[in-house]
Design a protein around this ligand. Structure first.
Ligand code: ATP
Length: 256
């Protein structure tokens, strides 16, 4: 076992509202880890805490062996280069071409030549299944699926060890969503990265997620493989996995 992220007793408060009250989870190297929970359960806040965009009120998060609570400036900068993030809706810079979007971090963090940057951009585009010509287009000229892929190429620019995805398949048509799932698995296998993704997509959950955490009641109420999580009698698990649309699938997994 090789833990790459561990959250211990995370408490998050905004004013007098408590979002997390003792969240615990651990994420292993090379797995695709899902964060599930109903709207407002604090999935995005937790992910933002893992990437140092927010600080928990209490508790400890360790990422790649660094305790974020005690991390110094230099280590924090180094760690930021170790992860790529795909925000919901892609969040590309609209005034930059796709190639310029992918280059942003390369320019910020490295001194590599324009020539090498161009070849890195081309290889990232290829990696996510986009033609090289897409590099010269602007985000407004792309379809929803292409925006996700371009944003993924940007997240991969610094060759991260960790990839954070916030609802990667939302807004995609069913075929586009499954193709995107396949891409995530292929990249994980090819690059040996660990993927943390917030998702509501049952196909992704049953199809590509190795382990997951269910956030409810301000805590992780179930963690593990789909088989483990389905053992839980928590109302969220019951509603989410054992409703009329998912029951058949649930029964199949249960009977394996
Ligand atoms: N910076 C902030 N300041 C104050 N409240 C916040 C802040 N960020 C998030 N919240 C609140 O924390 C709660 C959890 O938000 P979060 O975005 O993590 O939910 P979520 O589980 O990701 O939901 P969804 O599935 O709808 O995206 C919400 O009630 C939100 O309003």
């Amino acid at each position: 076992m090789n833990t790459v992220i561990e959250a211990k007793n995370i408490v998050t408060r905004f004013g007098n509202r408590t979002i997390h009250d003792g969240v615990n989870l651990h994420i292993e190297k090379n797995e695709i880890y899902g964060i599930l929970g109903e709207s407002g359960s604090g999935k995005s806040v937790l992910m933002k805490e893992m990437i140092m965009l927010l600080e928990p009120t209490a508790g400890e998060i360790t990422v790649l062996g660094k305790n974020l609570d005690q991390i110094g400036f230099k280590d924090a900068q180094a760690l930021r280069r170790d992860w790529g993030v795909l925000f919901q809706f892609g969040a590309l810079f609209s005034s930059l071409s796709v190639a310029e979007n992918i280059e942003v971090q390369l320019k910020e963090y490295t001194k590599i030549s324009k020539e090498l940057r161009d070849s890195l951009v081309a290889s990232k585009l290829k990696m996510v299944g986009l033609d090289p010509q897409v590099g010269s287009l602007y985000p407004s000229q792309l379809s929803g699926g292409m925006i996700k892929r371009a944003a993924l190429a940007r997240a991969l620019a610094m060759e991260p060890k960790l990839l954070f995805l916030d609802e990667p398949t939302s807004g995609l048509d069913p075929i586009g969503a499954r193709n995107f799932d396949k891409l995530i698995v292929d990249l994980r296998d090819l690059l040996g990265i660990t993927v943390v993704m917030i998702t509501h997509d049952l196909e992704s959950i049953f199809g590509i997620v190795d382990r997951m955490a269910i956030l409810a009641d301000k805590k992780v109420v179930a963690e593990g493989s789909i088989e483990n999580v389905l053992q839980s009698q928590h109302p969220f698990v019951e509603d989410f996995f054992k409703n009329e649309y998912t029951k058949e699938r649930f029964e199949k997994v249960k009977n394996v």
